[in-house]
Design a binder for this molecule. Structure first.
Ligand SMILES: Cc1cc2nc3c(=O)[nH]c(=O)nc-3n(C[C@H](O)[C@H](O)[C@H](O)COP(=O)(O)OP(=O)(O)OC[C@H]3O[C@@H](n4cnc5c(N)ncnc54)[C@H](O)[C@@H]3O)c2cc1C
Ligand SMILES: *[C@@H]1O[C@H](CO)[C@@H](O)[C@H](O)[C@H]1NC(C)=O
Ligand SMILES: *[C@@H]1O[C@H](CO)[C@@H](O)[C@H](O)[C@H]1NC(C)=O
Ligand SMILES: *[C@@H]1O[C@H](CO)[C@@H](O)[C@H](O)[C@H]1NC(C)=O
Ligand SMILES: *[C@@H]1O[C@H](CO)[C@@H](O)[C@H](O)[C@H]1NC(C)=O
Ligand SMILES: *[C@@H]1O[C@H](CO)[C@@H](O)[C@H](O)[C@H]1NC(C)=O
Ligand SMILES: *[C@@H]1O[C@H](CO)[C@@H](O)[C@H](O)[C@H]1NC(C)=O
Length: 551
């Protein structure tokens, strides 16, 4: 009902404003602010992007395109405190061997992820299907395997088998997912793109109805049986987000079921973001943290620090910018913001603390760990769910009796010290793994001190790489999302993570913010040229109706 009204309103504004501005933002609140001197410079507008992850890189990439298309002169600097581009999208090298990179963070994207797909195509990066033929999938609830499937892994659910076991539930889930994803994809297109408020747009697209409830409620309302929801859908929400369907919202639950055409970039997904920066005519400063932001004479003063690689000395710098894009969660950015700088301060978001453990060994899983008989075939990819009668006391303890979210056999690798073939494994868990757990998993003695393992020590583990991430938010049901413009000319991308947290959605927010920034500049140019206020410009615009018909 509300959503319908809002869409009508959107269409009305669209039809009045039309396309002559090209990209007039719908939510007019930000643009009705009295114009200040922020953009009043005659020269190229200086834009600071904080963070070179998916969001920041995409912002830079699309800024270049949109500014060029509109004839706006810009000068972009990307600040990244890490020594690498990619943020939560990064690889490490098994055994320290550059020929064996492995994803430590975001590992897959899917067919409908148009930004990532198009960009990898444009940059000539090779996308491979993830999942292997030899994979055996098992869904473990801590007591028993509730589902197993030979070949293809979880990205290729065996539909015939699912239908046989769960009736129409897989079909209904698929249909529901397609409807929800279809609505989401409208965010990429006029008139829904660009957007100044994700809350408004989620309402316009009737996506609030799926973010407002848990995955469990959404599935139940769509007559999707509890056993399919618990066995299959929850295995997916746990491997993707470390959360159960009783607490994760319906939209993110549907995203977990949208796995068609799962792929990854050979050598590492981070290369997409690296190429975005390299082709975007921006200055990227690695090992450079933004420490503080203040405002002087209508411009943002960005204070940075970096370490001199020769002397180890800390170098600080301070420069003025017209526009700032914070492309990282505010709460982890260690930014000192001048009091009163922000008009809206984003809420602290509860993030999942995820332990990702990568390691190599020539051992395979012990059947007895899973209560299987000696010699039984053990699945190579193990997802988890909860027993039907188990209700976690709170979402942060959602892992329950399995004790881990997933264990994957990624591929076979060659130990460079022994030249023997071994396996590369990845485990997602809410706590640090213990050598006792690993000893039971492999049915063999695992060294107590895993920090000291070596490729040639003759021990069971030959390479060990643990990492703790603030990986993604707990996606609790909600109906509003953080503002993207925290102050005039100060944009924030991470609010979208409570809606959907993926590389693609961060990149989408980057593309969106890039368009808003260019629109801001165009508006100021126009104001200067015509000597009128934006409100007058709206009123004088002739109504155009063609876009209403399109819908
Ligand atoms: C283990 C794991 C698995 C995942 N799996 C998937 C998956 O399969 N598919 C998928 O699509 N997504 C997945 N995700 C989620 C995905 O990684 C994120 O949603 C996405 O990468 C977020 O990108 P971002 O640019 O918004 O943030 P980030 O990648 O966090 O980038 C922010 C950057 O800002 C920098 N920064 C912060 N503060 C400052 C400062 N003050 N000065 C300078 N630089 C600063 C940080 O160093 C960082 O590089 C996964 C995440 C994790 C951790
Ligand atoms: C910029 O625009 C011009 C003309 O519109 C086009 O020829 C050129 O390829 C564009 N450059 C980039 C980097 O997009
Ligand atoms: C961008 O601005 C900085 C600071 O004014 C300047 O040093 C730099 O040369 C500019 N870059 C380009 C490509 O104009
Ligand atoms: C790169 O940016 C500078 C200003 O920042 C501009 O002078 C130059 O034309 C840009 N180059 C391209 C290829 O867009
Ligand atoms: C991706 O490429 C397709 C085909 O060229 C195009 O229609 C679509 O608009 C592109 N999407 C994005 C987000 O770049
Ligand atoms: C495995 O089976 C034994 C005996 O049937 C039982 O006591 C034990 O709890 C089971 N272990 C798990 C993890 O379910
Ligand atoms: C695994 O490696 C150990 C130590 O190098 C070796 O003794 C053992 O024979 C290997 N086992 C297999 C199954 O290859």
């Amino acid at each position: 009902m509300f959503a319908g009204c809002n869409l009508v309103l959107t269409l009305l504004i669209v039809s009045f404003v039309g396309q002559s501005h090209g990209f007039w933002p719908f939510t007019v609140s930000a643009t009705t602010d009295a114009p200040d001197t922020v953009y009043a410079d005659a020269g190229a507008k200086r834009i600071a992007i904080i963070g070179a992850g998916a969001a920041g890189s995409s912002t830079a990439y699309y800024l270049e395109q949109f500014a060029n298309n509109s004839g706006v002169a810009i000068n972009v600097t990307v600040f990244e405190r890490n020594s690498y581009v990619g943020g939560r999208t990064t690889t490490v090298n098994a055994y320290g061997n550059p020929l064996e990179p492995v994803e430590l963070g975001a590992s897959i994207f899917v067919e409908v992820n148009a930004i990532l797909k198009n960009a990898s195509h444009e940059f000539g990066l090779h996308a491979t299907e993830s999942g292997t033929e030899t994979e055996i999938l098992g869904i473990w609830n801590g007591k028993t395997f509730v589902y197993t499937q030979k070949e293809g892994g979880w990205k290729y659910w065996d539909l015939a088998k699912l239908f046989w076991k769960y009736g129409l539930a897989p079909y209904r889930t698929q249909r529901l997912m397609q409807t929800v994803v279809g609505k989401f994809l409208k965010l990429y297109e006029f008139p829904f793109f660009p957007f100044r408020s994700l809350s408004d747009r989620a309402l316009d697209l009737d996506l609030i109805s799926v973010t407002a409830q848990t995955g469990q409620e959404l599935l139940a309302k769509n007559s999707i049986g509890a056993s399919f929801a618990t066995d299959i859908v929850q295995a997916s929400t746990r491997v993707n987000y470390g959360q159960n369907i009783a607490s994760i919202h319906g939209l993110e639950t549907m995203v977990c079921m949208a796995i068609e055409g799962a792929m990854q970039i050979e050598g590492g997904n981070w290369q997409i973001f690296d190429s975005m920066l390299k082709t975007s005519n921006t200055t990227t400063l690695l090992n450079t943290a933004v420490d503080a932001i203040s405002k002087t004479n209508g411009r943002y003063n960005i204070k940075t620090s970096s370490e001199d690689s020769m002397t180890g000395e800390t170098l600080t710098n301070e420069e003025p910018f017209d526009t700032v894009v914070l492309a990282a969660p505010l709460q982890y950015s260690d930014l000192k913001l001048e009091k009163g700088l922000l008009k809206h301060t984003p809420d602290e978001i509860p993030y999942v603390k995820l332990h990702v453990t990568l390691f190599t060994t020539n051992k395979t899983f012990s059947p007895s760990f899973f209560n299987l008989t000696t010699g039984a075939e053990v699945p190579t990819t193990i997802l988890t769910t909860l027993p039907v009668d188990e209700v976690p006391e709170d979402p942060t303890k959602g892992v329950g009796s399995p004790g881990f979210f997933s264990i994957s056999t990624l591929r076979q690798v060659i130990n460079p010290a022994t030249l023997e073939q071994e396996y590369l494994y990845k485990i997602f868990s809410p706590e640090k793994l213990t050598s006792e757990f690993l000893s039971n998993l492999f049915g063999t003695e695992i060294p107590k001190d895993l920090s000291a393992v070596k490729a040639d020590s003759g021990e069971a583990i030959t390479w060990y790489y643990p990492k703790v991430w603030h990986s993604y938010p707990y996606e609790f049901p909600r109906v509003t999302f953080e503002d993207l413009e925290l102050a005039r000319g100060f944009y924030y991308t991470s609010g979208i993570e409570s809606f959907i947290s993926t590389m693609e959605t961060s990149a989408l927010m980057g593309m969106n913010v890039a368009q808003l920034i260019v629109n801001d500049y165009l508006q100021l140019l126009e104001e200067k040229a015509e000597g009128e206020t934006p409100a007058q410009a709206i009123l004088e615009e002739k109504p155009k109706n063609e876009h209403v018909e399109e819908l």
